[in-house]
Design a protein around this ligand. Sequence first.
Ligand SMILES: O=C(O)CCC(=O)C(=O)O
Length: 270
Amino acid sequence: MNNKLTRPITDEEIRTFQEDGVVCLRGFFDMDWVERLRDLIDEDIANPSGMVKSIDAKGASGFFFGDTFVCHHLDGFKDAVFNSPAARIAASILKAKKVNLLFDQILVKEPDTSTPTPWHQDYTYWPVAGDQVATLWLALDPVTFESGAVEYLRGSHRWGKKFLAISFDPDQKYEEELPEVPDVEAAREEYDIVSFELEPGDCTLHHGLTLHGAQPNRTPNVRRRAYIQRWAGHDVTYNPRPNLQKMLRDPMIPPGAPLDSDLFPVVWQA
Ligand SMILES: O=C(O)CCC(=O)C(=O)O
């Protein structure tokens, strides 16, 4: 296993992230990581954590599986947090002096899964304030539009807007005073939508305010397994509010403080 970057992140890649709100980074994770994470995902599906939630739409075909804070559940994921190239990638793209892991996550769309991932911003789900918030989405299978590639609205992180979080979970309601996400699917041609066909080991980094969603997995036989990490840089502080996404536990840090804690560990610093 190797946590060194196979090459430095370029200024062009940082600029793309800053301007577009998403950048695609190919081949930073080798096949050892891919195969290990595939096995861990199958282990988690067979024996999920207490944070697992059903996210299949009602009456949907297939199986859309999600589990969060998985590095607290299976040690192999902890290894991927602390010893894979992910933290250095996130720090380089965010130009951060340190990065904290907010949480890690699995999202699997099995073949013939009809549930789309609704358009949303990540930021409004989480107890954070600050700009350096990003998600690393690592492909563990070949990903195409047909199999449910994530789509992004280019530059939407610079609209200066926060949108109400959409519930993936019937037990969870989000009630902040925020406008609803625009109905992108109803007028796709009006938006600048970007997505990437990925090979196993390729990843994307998107900003916490970038609007994104994903299609169903319409293939009859291609799994779409993703391992996802949520990162925060040095300008991010703890901003708890009512009705946010459930965190594994209270991080026991005061509002306004840096995130540094057992729950949101500093994984890399300069
Ligand atoms: O994998 C998906 O379907 C959606 C991913 C996503 O929304 C995210 O990683 O923030």
